[in-house]
Structures are given as structure tokens and as C-alpha cells.
Design a protein around this ligand. Structure first.
Ligand code: ADP
Length: 253
């Protein structure tokens, strides 16, 4: 489980992106982080995997204090953090299978990693997960031949095979479903569209200008709470049926 206490980040530019955020993600729950652009959502996720150095506060992942780790320990700790990023960070010229197996690189020796040689158990598991995410037939396809949605699922499969203790998901653009893969770990999703958050999250955390201004269930996110989170900014789509509005929905007749 992830416990974040009083997390602060001030960039060199003087931008105070996080002003002391305290929250946690536990069990197998999915927590969605919402808020207007610039609220600090990406900074929060990047601080948790230490792509960004926090300026203050604590980040405890299953008893390991992530802010205190040196480079070597951080590399080991990153095995425990599965990341699914918007651009997926897939290796275009490699196959789906090779990309999924790269999720195991933190577990094999440097030589094996260099040779991209993985134990048979890893390969078997990779096939299982690809089946679960609906890409069973795609193992040998090159990633650059896939659609956006399929690539997203390769990213999910790669994160799942890593057997992390938490999954961090930054800005999924379509119906992201880490639930499609068996999992018992918590998921933190930085989500732009409120309807996706309502559909997928067990709990919602709302940031505004670097501060946590809402924490509760999707049912708790009433109009007053949404106002607090978005204050003046447009609320990105709050339809709850999971369907994205078609273009014509927004047009006046
Ligand atoms: P969100 O993900 O909610 O859109 P961000 O975490 O990207 O918000 O940004 C929060 C604030 O931090 C914004 O004011 C943004 O301009 C600033 N910020 C983000 N990244 C950097 C950076 N690398 N350097 C300086 N300021 C940054």
C-alpha cells in the first residue's frame, strides 16, 4: 500500500506544484486523481516513482520510504512500481511479446537482460497476460503495427508481468481497464475525464492548485465537490454512462 504524507514539490522555476498532499492507496482499490490542468496530478505521480524529486514529505510503499533511497536502492524499488504512461514507452520495432517481457528486466541478470533472454516461466506468464488483455493472437506482431488501444493494452500487460506493488497510470485516453488483467494491487490513475474516474475508481482524490481539496467515493463527488476541484475551470465531461459523447452531442442544432 502507498502512503503519501505532506508531499511538496516546488520546481526550480518557483512553481509550487504540490503544497503538502497527504493521501493513500490501499488493498486492491483503484484511486483516480482528478483536477484541472496544472493542479499537480502529473507531478504527484512522477514524485511517487521519483522521476521528479519531491521537495518535501514522505512516500511509503509497503514499508519502504521512497524519498530516502539512493540510486541503487531506487532501481530495486522501481521494480515494485508499475507504470503505464500516456505514450506507453513501448519499443516500436520490437514485438508485443518482447515488449511485455521487458517488464521482467528488473528481475533477470544484466547478461540475460542484454541478450533479452527470459526464463520459460516468464514467457508462459506473458502469454497468459496477453490472453487476459485480449492480445493472445498478437504476440509476434511488431508494436508499430498496432492500434492505439492495443498499444495501451501492451503497456498494461508489461506493467502487470512486472508484479509491482502498485500500478501508476498517467492520463489514460480511452477506456483503460487495468481490471481486465487479474490483479490484487492498488492502482493510482491520473485521469483527465471525470466520467472515466466515476466509472473506474473506488475512490477519487481531487487536486486544485497543488492542494488536496476532495477525497471520497464517486458517490461523494457532488456538485459542490466538483466546484471545489475545478473552481472556474471547465469540468471535463461528467457523463456517467462511460460513453464518450460524439461530436454531434456538443453542437447546437
Ligand atoms: P497536471 O498534471 O495536474 O496538469 P502538473 O503536475 O503537470 O499538473 O503541473 C503542476 C504545476 O507545476 C503547473 O503549474 C506546471 O506549470 C508546473 N510544472 C510542471 N512540470 C514542471 C517543470 N518540469 N518545471 C516547472 N514547472 C512545472
Amino acid at each position: 500500500m502507498l502512503h503519501v504524507t505532506n508531499l511538496q514539490k516546488t520546481y526550480d522555476t518557483g512553481d509550487e506544484a504540490l503544497r503538502g498532499v497527504t493521501t493513500s492507496v490501499e488493498g486492491s482499490e483503484t484511486v483516480a486523481m482528478i483536477g484541472p490542468s496544472g493542479a499537480g496530478k502529473s507531478t504527484f505521480i512522477r514524485c511517487v516513482n521519483r522521476l521528479t524529486e519531491p521537495s518535501g514529505g514522505e512516500i511509503d510503499l509497503d514499508g519502504t520510504e521512497l524519498t530516502a533511497l539512493d540510486t541503487d536502492d531506487l532501481r530495486a524499488a522501481r521494480r515494485d512500481i508499475g507504470m503505464i504512461f500516456q505514450e506507453y514507452n513501448l519499443i516500436e520495432r520490437l514485438t508485443v511479446m518482447e515488449n511485455v517481457l521487458s517488464g521482467r528486466l528488473g528481475y533477470v541478470s544484466a547478461w540475460q537482460a542484454f541478450r533479452r533472454s527470459f526464463p520459460p516461466a516468464d514467457i508462459e506468464r506473458a502469454y497468459e497476460i496477453l490472453e487476459q488483455v485480449g492480445l493472445g493472437e498478437m504476440a509476434d506482431k511488431r508494436v508499430d503495427e498496432l492500434s492505439g488501444g492495443q498499444r495501451q493494452r501492451v503497456g498494461i500487460a508489461r506493467a502487470v508481468i512486472q508484479e509491482p506493488k502498485i500500478l501508476l497510470v498517467d492520463e489514460p485516453t480511452s477506456s483503460l481497464d487495468p481490471e481486465t488483467a487479474d490483479r490484487s494491487i492498488p492502482v493510482l490513475i491520473n485521469i483527465h475525464e471525470v466520467n472515466l474516474a466515476l466509472d473506474h475508481a473506488d475512490r477519487i482524490v481531487g487536486l486544485h492548485d497543488g492542494e488536496l481539496v476532495f477525497e471520497g467515493t464517486p458517490e461523494d463527488l457532488d456538485e459542490e465537490a466538483l466546484d471545489r476541484v475545478y473552481r472556474g475551470a471547465d469540468v471535463p465531461d461528467t457523463t456517467t454512462d462511460g460513453e464518450k459523447p460524439t461530436e454531434t452531442d456538443d453542437q447546437e442544432v
